[in-house]
Write a protein that binds this ligand. Sequence first.
Ligand code: AMP
Length: 424
Amino acid sequence: MTQQLLQCVEGTHDYFGAVGRRFAENLATAAKVFALYDYERIVTPIFEPTELFARGIGATTDIVEKEMFTFQPGGEQLTLRPEGTAGVIRAYLQHNLHKDGLLHKLWYVGPMFRRERPQKGRQRQFYQVGCEAVGSSDPMLDAEIIALGLHYFSLLGITGVTTRLNSIGCPACRPRYRSALREAAAPLLPSLCENCQKRYDRNPLRLLDCKRDAAKTAALPDAAAFLCAECRDHFAAAQEFLGGLGVDFQLDRTLVRGLDYYTKTVFEFTHPALGAQDALGGGGRYDGLVGELGAVEMPAVGFAIGVERLMIAQEALKTCNCEPPLPVFGVALGENGKRAICGLLARLRHAGVPAAMDFGARSMKAQMRAANRRGALLALIVGDSELEKGVVVIKDLRGENGEQIEVPLAEFEQTVREKIRVKS
Ligand code: AMP
């Protein structure tokens, strides 16, 4: 009886080949760009106490209400992290990072889990690259973090990103805005969608980002008119600093973000190639979250970018995703040749030159085919007759009739280097 082949769970994916390469490159580029802005990597657990997310993200958010993967091994309520910020702030507090009074700039990458309906750009397990800068309320930091996100996109070859910007105020001015929104939305309520009906009481700001009711909610008041003096000044300064950094942005009154913890500046990076789920990433200032989770108040700002969304944009833009050529492929003739090749490749690798061989005991023709398939630049060929003479054959695989030379064993490494121009 044949067994049915098992598949990965709907909304989860395997990354390998060209996609895996792009995935790895995007993560490596993240490490480079965060280093440029002096962010340090933080790694936190993939699961945390459910309460962390309920308190940190907000009980009335879509994530906490219906999207968390929660389980209860032995009675403890645990949740696979749906986002990265709550865990980073938990770690920041747990390890007393606030005690030195300094600004802490932390970045992370890892899988996040949300029980959403899978569709293009929306998965149940997806990766986020994100950062949190904790310990400063300076609007210049808001501008720097937005510039960092845009720098990352440009290093990945993603052009055509729109930066949308808004301010949603703070606990001092938001209640007044919430009331004004409810008052203005009350007459519309019977005609609004089911989601908006729920949001009306619990989180009226989210009436603004409903795509279905956009035409109806267009006349609702803007947050800008309700900002307190501090939030107004902060927003004006953030915009000025963005201008100073040469960042183009669009003010967008409908941008309120789905997570409760945001205050003041919020932003989103969108790309037309993504379709309905058009956000590459987003973030903002969250001056209340540290106080919500711990006993100290500490202003903070951060963002998260979806790695799969980056890959959709890169695919659409046809950014280069070339497999790097392999400098050297070892071709062995006979058992002695194979042992010799194994040692020669080890020497090359320790000298920083990537190299591979075919293993087994296949014919020279089959091994050469493997070398070509792998895009090797040079074949290093060794059999009994080469060993007797103390030489190796180096065949150049670039071009039609690649040159083939015999080199004394003692000189093979230097010749390989010269041919592939790897600096020692
Ligand atoms: P959020 O944490 O909701 O602000 O999301 C930040 C970014 O993560 C979004 O802009 C997306 O790029 C990405 N993202 C969020 N949810 C998903 C998902 N279900 N599948 C794929 N990417 C996602």
